[in-house]
Design a protein around this ligand. Structure first.
Ligand code: SAH
Ligand code: SF4
Length: 441
């Protein structure tokens, strides 16, 4: 059957969709070239904010109306349960984020409507990849046990579980044999790898560098895989910025000097209410450690504006923290109460227009700061991994430096076109807030 998957939400969802694609292809199905061509369409949904959920449900509703076999997967399914069929009466099947391994079987069984929410066939799904690219996502940790007050992720993605290191190493080896040059390790809180359940067992060879913590030890093991050029990971919690992690950054050049370190707020009062388990000073101390290691270390973050009870003074604290931390990029979210979370019990008392204003203020700050941070790169030579030609201009190529900064450069007609995955030395000649302009040297 020809199928297509539409993905909403975070990189975890991107990875889950890729795993389902691989499972469907292995079961004899075929990726459709376009929506019109598809006989089966699946929407992978997000529910982290109400708007995100509405988008995915709306899209699914439109697809259902076309009369094709239609499925919904991901976080919104787990939140809605049976209700999903009341919202979408023509939906054929719905699968929660930890049951995605069942999708090929659901299709071959052919019994609809069907709802699957339990943990099932997860490890099989996690090990499946589509071949082709030079970059791959590898999920190392599923679920989350942090229970931040505003967040629905623990309800929909379940308890935290670290996959065995041995499984991950084998998976990355296989990916590299298939041409992958860069992996991005995924989890809600990757620095908690191996904390809730052991990731390494006694029969695993000891760490050559004497690493005791599970995550730095994983970085060490993956660094030893020849042919792998770059290792990234996301997301991280500042509590995990340990001395061993810093040592791993120093010792393993394949580990990119970029960290997505969501701060959420700069106000201690709000951070405590959110249950983030760090203060503004502790967060900034983690940032200082990374910048001491490398002043060019790229830092990105997530921030929520308009959390219940957030005053103008709290908001100013967020603004000043963002300036002090000097984020290279940031993702600003307007608070959205999620049913069943702790903060949903509080009045959502920051008016919509005020949330919008705070959002705009932080976006404008980030635009200026991004430009300033990027301007420092002008004149430097950077190692850029080629991703491919730009969609609009085939003579222009795009790639990323180790700090995850997007670099574009022109390739003259006579010049041999660079290959995806190739690492080039480029001199930066100009900077914008979101991209750097380079030239071959
Ligand atoms: N596990 C990651 C974040 C996962 S959710 C972490 O802890 O860093 C991605 C981002 O969505 C969060 O960092 C937060 O900024 C935002 N977010 C989560 N719940 C939200 C809510 N109820 N309203 C607005 N933004 C939210
Ligand atoms: Fe949500 Fe907090 Fe877990 Fe991140 S760490 S997924 S914000 S509960």
């Amino acid at each position: 059957m020809k199928f297509l998957i539409h993905t909403y939400g975070c990189q975890m969802n991107v990875r889950d969709s890729e795993a389902v694609e691989a499972l469907l292809v292995a079961a004899g199905h075929e990726k459709a070239a376009s929506e019109a061509d598809a006989e089966l369409v699946i929407v992978n949904s997000c529910t982290v904010r109400q708007k995100a959920e509405e988008k995915a449900i709306g899209k699914t509703g439109n697809l259902c109306a076309e009369g094709k076999l239609t499925g919904l997967m991901g976080c919104a399914v787990k939140r809605l349960g049976e209700e999903v069929f009341r919202k979408l009466p023509k939906l054929d099947f719905a699968v929660g984020p930890r049951a995605i391994g069942l999708i090929p079987k659901i299709i071959s069984d052919g019994v609809f409507p069907r709802l699957e929410l339990a943990d099932d066939a997860m490890s099989q799904a996690l090990a499946s990849h589509m071949s082709g690219g030079v970059q791959a996502f590898v999920t190392i940790l599923v679920g989350c046990d942090n229970r931040c007050s505003y967040c629905i992720v623990p309800d929909v993605r379940g308890h935290e579980y670290s996959r065995p290191a041995r499984e991950i190493i084998a998976e990355v080896r296989a990916l590299v044999e298939n041409g992958v040059k860069e992996v991005c390790l995924l989890g809600q809180s990757v620095l908690r790898y191996g904390v809730r359940n052991a990731a390494w067992d006694d029969s695993d060879a000891p760490s050559p560098g004497g690493y005791k913590e599970a995550f730095p030890r994983l970085l060490e093991a993956l660094s030893a895989i020849s042919g792998l050029e770059r290792i990234r990971f996301t997301s991280a919690h500042p509590k995990g910025c340990t001395d061993e992690l810093i040592r791993a950054y120093k010792e393993f050049p394949k580990v990119c000097r970029h960290l997505h370190l969501p701060v959420q707020s700069g106000s201690d009062r709000i951070l405590a209410d959110m249950g983030r388990h760090y203060t503004r000073a502790e967060y900034l101390a983690a940032v200082a450690k990374l910048r001491e290691l490398d002043p060019g270390f790229a830092l990105t973050t997530d921030v929520i504006v308009g959390y219940p009870g957030e005053t103008e003074a709290d908001f100013e604290e967020t603004r000043t923290l963002m300036e002090e931390a000097g984020f290279d990029n940031s993702f600003i979210f307007k608070y959205s109460p999620r049913p069943g979370t702790r903060s949903a019990a509080k009045p959502d008392d920051v008016p919509k227009a005020e949330k919008e204003r705070r959002d705009q203020v932080l976006l404008a700050d980030q635009e200026a700061r991004g430009l300033r941070r990027n301007a420092v790169c002008v004149g430097t030579v950077r190692e850029v991994m080629v991703e491919g030609p730009s969609k609009r201009n085939k003579a222009r190529f795009s790639g990323r430096d180790g700090g995850n900064r997007i670099v574009v450069w022109d390739v003259s007609p006579g010049e041999q076109a660079p290959r995806a995955g190739e690492v080039l030395q480029l001199r930066i000649i100009d900077a914008h807030a979101q991209i750097l302009i380079g030239e071959r040297i």
